[in-house]
Ligand binder design. Sequence first.
Ligand code: NAD
Length: 266
Amino acid sequence: MEFKNKTVFITGAAKGQGRAVSLAFAKSGANILAFDLANKITYPSYNNSSSSDLTILKKEIENLGGKCEIYAGDIRSEKDVAKATAKAISAFSTIDILFNNAGICAYGYAHELKEDEWDAMLDINLKGAWLASKHCIPYMRLAGSGVIINNSSTGGMRGMNRLSHYSASKWGLVGLTKSLAIENAPYGIRVVSIHPTGVNSPMNDGLAEMEGSTPLEIAERSAGNLLPVPWIEPEDVADSVLFLASSKARYITGSQFVLDAGLLTR
Ligand SMILES: NC(=O)c1ccc[n+]([C@@H]2O[C@H](COP(=O)([O-])OP(=O)(O)OC[C@H]3O[C@@H](n4cnc5c(N)ncnc54)[C@H](O)[C@@H]3O)[C@@H](O)[C@H]2O)c1
């Protein structure tokens, strides 16, 4: 129960990695503020989560004996983020850990992308992480402690074919991570980015639909892991996130935590 009475604010919590991380923290005693979309978004064209997915997550956490508040909103909206933060504080009094995880991914050559596609990618994947950090950091500073974990990607450490906007947003998270780490170290707050290889999550089902390929084909083409696995599981990401949030990682800040099954070694 390493995280007993700690509050974890998790964006993109309704499914995939966000869901796995929410459940893992709840099993370790934490209170969860689960933030995800209320409605489907038009870009990318595959389905995103809905408030009913959040309700299911809340029930799952309560069945484990944990506490969960949900907020259905858009991470691009400062109003939504401010309201969700206020909800977390009103329910649990503190925000100790922030997992900036909400994200989208879609293919497109840079010279063919539309302006609104570029903006959606950058606003959700990068601006959203800044907004949530902006609203959580004051509570962490008051407490004199906190951990922020930004879910980047191996795409935040290399270029990717037909994913220039995704890769740019994920490299942006590295700059955000390092700058937040510098600004907040004097207040006992650690900030790290994580860089998973392909994860077996609904995001990749969506990409497979866009590509007209099977998830396995997508994984084989885009991953190139050294270890003989096409994917890692959302629960593998959760293990790393819980380690980074724990006291065992107390001197890890400003750095990039690579969880890539050897992909970037090539
Ligand atoms: N799936 C992968 O292969 C992979 C690999 C490395 C990093 N990542 C990153 O991990 C994070 C989680 O991805 P996942 O694999 O769990 O994908 P996912 O699609 O399963 O989950 C993403 C969640 O973010 C939510 N979301 C999207 N736009 C939002 C918005 N505007 N406001 C609030 N919530 C929003 C979705 O509704 C969804 O629940 C993403 O940032 C992704 O880029 C994914």
